[in-house]
Design a binder for this molecule. Structure first.
Ligand code: ZN
Length: 213
């Protein structure tokens, strides 16, 4: 049985590094990455999504559902990890639809916990990839897309960061209890500096094994 899992965490909680440390045994689906892939491949879905880019802030829910379903079915993995989706309560029914369309079942819901101060401290030493928006410590080449166009944060980024952090906390406080009701097992993990991405990846792996059993 295919298992759908979800990874939540505020900005700078290290989601990308943790998934990198998990290796290829799990398919990692990020709405943003899938959107960029559809655009790059010039698909009909990509151009429909792109039409919304210039007009509204949020994409229509049904298109996100199509995007995620397509990603899950493309890799046909036994287990998939969704990156921060669904973010809002209104997106939960889309997840329900995705789960039934892909004949999956709810697995674990990892919540990376990191205080605003710790998250903020992390971002202050970081660079942002101008291509894919990923934050990283390295100043030479993006760990995700390989671009060498890395920028240092400025004060506007700091204000934006705090807003994004608070937005995440507000949304996750609502959506996590709803997903628990749906059958997702809540796994809170501390994303502190002592817990490296490798340590957290190992914890997530053993939780996934438990969920399969
Ligand atoms: Zn990049």
């Amino acid at each position: 049985m295919r298992q759908v899992n979800i990874l939540y965490g505020p900005p700078a909680s290290g989601k990308t590094s943790i998934m990198g440390a998990m290796g290829g045994e799990l398919s990692y689906v990020s709405v943003g990455d899938e959107f960029r892939r559809e655009l790059r491949d010039g698909t009909a879905l990509g151009s429909r999504l792109n039409a919304y880019l210039s007009t509204v802030r949020e994409y229509p829910a049904c298109l996100i559902g199509k995007l995620v379903t397509r990603a899950i079915e493309r890799d046909n993995p036994e287990a998939v990890m969704l990156d921060g989706f669904p973010k809002y309560e209104r997106e939960v029914p889309i997840l329900g639809r995705i789960i039934s369309d892909t004949e999956a079942q709810p697995g674990i819901m990892v919540e990376l916990c990191l205080s605003l101060n710790d998250a903020f401290e992390r971002t202050r030493q970081r660079f942002i990839c101008s291509e894919c928006g990923i934050q990283q410590i390295t100043a030479t080449q993006c760990v995700k897309c390989g671009s060498d166009n890395l920028l240092k944060r400025d004060d506007d980024d700091d204000i934006f960061f705090k807003r994004r952090y608070n937005d995440y906390i507000e949304a996750s406080n609502v959506v996590i209890p709803v997903l628990k009701e749906m059958g997702f097992r809540h796994v809170p993990l501390e994303s502190t500096p002592e817990n490296s991405p490798e340590v957290l990846a190992a914890q997530i792996k053993s939780e996934l094994e438990r969920a399969k059993a």
